[in-house]
Design a protein around this ligand. Structure first.
Ligand SMILES: [Zn+2]
Length: 428
């Protein structure tokens, strides 16, 4: 062990002792933590409980926050930057949550734990899971202080452990490993969540080093839904790892116009080739609901736009054909509607350009219809259609109308393809 790591480990242990020792809480291994929740005596095998597991990927701008819910239990993974604490709190309250059975801080960077104090202060937290890697930032120290003050049971995650969140949901910790990396991101808590045949891989900000480590350790990383590591930075999502995960759906938590230029273009392209990509900057909050065999994806800005038929299995193919055919797999959709400023935005998150010739945009009641003329929306781009007059360009089109059409009290934009099939709609 290098001196730095030794120092780090001692500091880390000190923090754990501070956080748990003063609270008279026994430091319980994660495996036995479920003793504190009500066990379901009728169910002693890990089977589908007849409940839905819902995983919310919250739009917290540049940062991460995920909520897992099943059978009245909830688990929060990360809480975004400090200014997002309120947003996450409101979202949880909207779901009727007052107690969080588990809160996980993947690593101590502010875009993941900034909002944590607000969460700890607003909700009853039954278990706190940390990467255990020490960080000297005020944000991290304040978080630990609050955990201590509130006597919240504090646990350090380590690869190989399980989090006993719900008897029907298997949550395996794949990272951090026994020996910490010197890179905070690479010590991220990585979780593989499996419910029936549907699986999620939550990467935190882990990158190539962790990916290699996890694969060498022999974990089964094959997953249906991947929460892409480190906001789709080129520090992660290596080709061999993405191929091993073979996700059907990739979710990128990322803020519009962020300073890091996340997602990096080559990573986005790699993910788009392998899977259907959702992004919180374009889609808003993304929700995946699964009964253990099929799943449905709903986004804040586009409604329900994708679902998987139970007949599909995720193991055999990474090609786009493995997804639900038809409009459900459309990568083109209405991503924004601005009623006041009179424009509607169409996005293409797919990996190939889509000709919109003959496609139509309509408002509620089809009072106004816009028809695209010889226009192709390139992969990964958006186009804004303004109601008024102007000169068309690659990214801006004009309806050329004299009067506003979108009802400021609420309206819906409908997008139809050239066969008249509804592709997407967005209510604003
Ligand atoms: Zn981050």
């Amino acid at each position: 062990m290098k001196p730095f790591q030794l120092t780090a480990a001692i500091f880390c242990l000190t923090l754990i002792l501070i956080a748990t020792g003063c609270t008279d809480q026994k430091e319980t291994p994660i495996e036995t933590a479920s003793e504190q929740t009500t066990p379901t005596t009728t169910q002693d095998t890990v089977t589908i409980s007849g409940q839905n597991l819902t995983v919310h990927f919250l739009d917290v701008g540049q940062g991460d926050s995920m909520l897992l819910e099943i059978d009245g239990k909830s688990m929060l993974v990360d809480a975004g930057e400090s200014d997002q604490g309120k947003v996450v709190t409101a979202y949880l309250q909207d779901q009727g949550i007052s107690t969080l059975d588990y809160v996980v801080a993947t690593h101590p960077h502010s875009d993941h734990i900034g909002g944590m104090n607000e969460i700890l202060n607003n909700f009853q937290v039954e278990h706190f899971v940390d990467s255990g890697y020490p960080h000297t930032s005020k944000t991290y120290e304040n978080m630990l202080k609050t955990i201590d003050q509130k006597n919240i049971p504090f646990q350090v995650a380590q690869a190989g452990q399980k989090i006993e969140f719900d008897p029907a949901v298997d949550i395996e910790v794949l990272n951090p490993a026994k020996t910490y990396s010197e890179d905070l991101n690479e010590n991220s808590v990585v979780l593989k969540v499996t419910y029936g045949t549907t699986s999620f891989l939550l990467m935190g900000d882990a990158g190539l080093e962790t990916e290699e480590h996890i694969m060498k350790a022999g974990y089964n990383v094959d997953s249906d839904i991947l929460k892409v590591g480190h906001h789709a930075s080129r520090s992660g999502s290596g080709a061999s790892f993405i191929s091993a995960v073979s996700p059907e759906v990739s979710v990128i938590e990322v803020g519009a116009g962020n300073d890091y230029e996340h997602p990096h273009a080559e990573i986005l392209e790699r993910l788009q080739k392998a899977s259907k990509v959702y992004r919180t900057d374009l889609d808003g909050t993304i929700t995946v609901t699964t009964d253990g065999s099929t799943y449905t994806i709903t986004t804040e800005k586009t409604g329900t736009i994708s679902s998987r038929n139970g007949a599909y299995t995720s193991t055999d193919s990474t090609s786009e054909e493995s997804e639900t055919p038809g409009s459900a797999k459309s990568t083109v959709y209405v991503s924004d509607l601005n009623l006041q400023d009179e424009w509607v935005r169409i996005s293409n998150t797919g990996s190939s350009p889509v000709s919109l010739n003959g496609w139509k945009i309509e408002d509620e009641g089809s009072k106004h219809i816009y028809t695209f003329q010889s226009y192709t929306l390139n992969a990964g781009t958006t186009v804004i259609i303004f109601t008024g007059k102007g000169t068309n360009s690659a990214t801006e089109l004009y309806w050329q109308l004299n009067d506003p059409i979108w009802n400021n009290n609420g309206d819906t934009a409908y997008l139809y393809d050239n066969s008249g099939k509804l592709i997407s709609k967005l209510e604003s």
